[in-house]
Design a protein around this ligand. Structure first.
Ligand code: 3PG
Ligand code: CO
Length: 554
């Protein structure tokens, strides 16, 4: 018989305020001038590391520890927060899509059959991130899907590409477009009318998240659906190369473009009777486009034309909203998350971040569900992010504001768990600006201090950790760890890393007898939920990855 009721922890008390702090993009690596966390002045995080050796350790945050296909897969915020919140490891989108493509089951599913009905008369449009980053999408999956769709009846295919430079090196877009063009040429040889129809940089076109800036979606809509963009080219390789000639241009923010034919007409606007697939498996940056494609009633921007299409996501991006309603691969079924247990056991939760990471501590944390489990037990606060800037310009972001909101929540004594995401290391790390990332890490450290001071005042407990690495290594390295040079210059790493992340516990409310166990050497992010559930005075639920702590008799 299933019950939400958790058993009492044999020794740890209830009623302590527990602050759960997630530093986004904060890994552990050797000291080095490209380690921005090392360069930055971070007295608070340093004191956690050196203060109590049995209350600070590293946990795994990449690869199979977070449900990714291989140990070569860097961690990311989706899988990281899923693992942190759910306390178990789920095979994630990247892996599930691999399996569905390898077995061919993807073509037997409801989602594919649904879009397939428009292959006869309409065009199949594929929209998504073109790279091998493995965070939101993967080029090899797109290649298999193109081949499979054409074998299953698609006769006219248009690909709408988003260039990356964030999960992969800046400038790599050209090579990915060349690879795709090669594949499309092969399809054309086999009589399939297959072309790239539009494009743009992921951060400027289409892939916004958490409704931060609808203009980003609109720019994509104009190019993909209406076939309109400020820049027009006859082929995509030329487009990307030309647009990158501007010294300020980069893959992430590439301007939107459409491909036109000899008569100057866009080759692939989306029209009535077409089929559309968004081929990213990751949810956060596809939800907004999914809404624009799927919702009849929509007022976020003027769509001008709302084509009657059959649309499917690679995955269903939001289980609560059932969005999109058709999808090619079923998402991981993340059930019984810690947040849901907490509301059933009298634990009141406060969660906060700024917009760009707000869904991470709520939606991803809760197993890709939007909204509350029980609004009477939870409060989620979103601090609006600055819009329309790259965060190297504003590296402090809203760290202090997040810290202060958490402080106020702790001091109010209205909540048992106060949970935040502090985005700076990640969001600024992704810009590749080393100096700004140092400032970002200092701001994050200040926010942690504000929270730990409040924990002190109420006699509470803190658990500080991170979701994956980023700011601790800003350069591409060879196998032996030396910076890789290209044309005599180091190659800046805008992406996440494979590094482990720290976890620290402490605070006046933590019994002196609590320490990290040393029999969980491979502990990862999925072990964290059992750990904080213990800190709330409960045994972890059945099936959760084991706790990282033990209580020793003194
Ligand atoms: C992004 O979406 O910004 C990056 O691809 C991954 O970053 P995140 O996993 O830290 O959100
Ligand atoms: Co990131």
């Amino acid at each position: 018989d299933f019950s939400w009721k958790l058993a009492d922890h044999p020794t740890l008390p209830k009623g302590k305020t527990v602050a759960v702090v997630v530093l986004d993009g904060w890994g552990e690596a050797n000291p080095d001038k490209y380690n921005c966390i090392h360069t930055a002045k971070t007295p608070t995080m340093d004191s956690l590391k050196t203060g109590a050796p049995d209350r600070w350790r590293l946990v795994r945050a990449h690869g199979t520890a977070v449900g990714l296909p291989s140990e070569d897969d860097m961690g990311n915020s989706e899988v990281g927060h899923n693992a942190l919140g759910a306390g178990r490891i789920y095979a994630q989108g990247a892996k599930l899509v691999d399996l569905a493509l390898a077995s061919g089951k993807i073509y037997d599913g409801e989602g594919f059959k649904y879009i397939q009905q428009n292959f006869d008369k309409g065009t199949l449009h594929l929209i998504g991130l073109l790279s091998d980053g493995g965070v939101h999408s993967r080029l090899d999956q797109l290649q298999l899907l193109l081949k499979g769709a054409s074998e299953h009846g698609a006769k006219r295919i248009r690909v709408h590409i988003l260039t990356d430079g964030r999960d992969v090196l800046d400038g790599s877009s050209v090579g990915f477009v060349e690879t795709l063009e090669n594949d499309l040429a092969k399809l054309r040889k086999n009589g399939i009318d297959a072309k790239i129809a539009s494009g743009g940089g992921r951060m400027y076109v289409t892939m916004d998240r958490y409704e931060n800036d609808w203009n980003v979606i609109k720019r994509g809509w104009d190019a993909q659906v209406l076939g309109e963009a400020p820049h027009k080219f006859h082929n995509a390789i030329e487009a990307v190369k030309k647009l990158r000639e501007d010294p300020k241009a980069n893959d992430q923010y590439l301007l939107p473009f459409v491909i036109i034919d000899e008569s100057g007409r866009a080759v692939g606007p989306i029209v009535d009777g077409d089929a559309v697939v968004t081929f990213n498996f990751r949810a956060d940056r596809m939800v907004m486009l999914a809404k624009a494609l799927e919702y009849e009633d929509f007022d976020k921007f003027d769509r001008v034309r709302y084509p009657k299409i059959r649309y499917a996501g690679m995955l269903q991006y939001d289980g609560e909203l059932k969005l999109p309603s058709h999808y090619l691969v079923s998402p991981p079924e993340i059930e019984r998350t810690s947040g849901e247990y907490l509301v059933h056991n009298g634990i009141r939760t406060f969660a906060c971040s700024e917009t760009v990471k707000f869904g991470h501590v709520t939606f991803f944390w809760n197993g890709n569900r939007s909204g509350y489990f029980d609004p009477s037990m939870e409060e989620y606060v979103e601090i609006p992010s600055d819009v329309g800037i790259t965060f190297n310009v504003q590296p402090k972001m809203k760290a202090v504001e997040i810290g202060e909101k958490a402080r106020d929540a702790i001091l109010s004594r209205k909540y048992d768990q106060v949970r935040v995401n502090i985005p700076n290391g990640d969001m600024v790390g992704h810009t590749g600006d080393v100096e700004a990332t140092v400032v970002a890490c200092e701001a994050a450290d200040q926010a942690v201090k504000i929270i730990l001071d409040a924990v002190d005042q109420v006699g509470g407990i803190y658990l500080v950790t991170a979701d994956h690495g980023n700011a601790e290594d800003m350069v591409k390295r060879n196998k032996s760890g030396q910076p890789l040079l290209k044309d005599g210059k180091v190659q800046i790493l805008t992406s996440h890393t494979l590094q482990p992340v720290p976890i620290a516990i402490g605070g006046p409310g933590l019994a002196p007898s609590v320490r990290f166990r040393n029999d969980v050497p491979d502990g990862g992010l999925a072990n964290v939920a059992a750990t904080f559930i213990n800190l709330h005075g409960f045994e972890a639920p059945t099936g959760y990855e084991t706790t990282l702590i033990e209580v020793v008799d003194n």
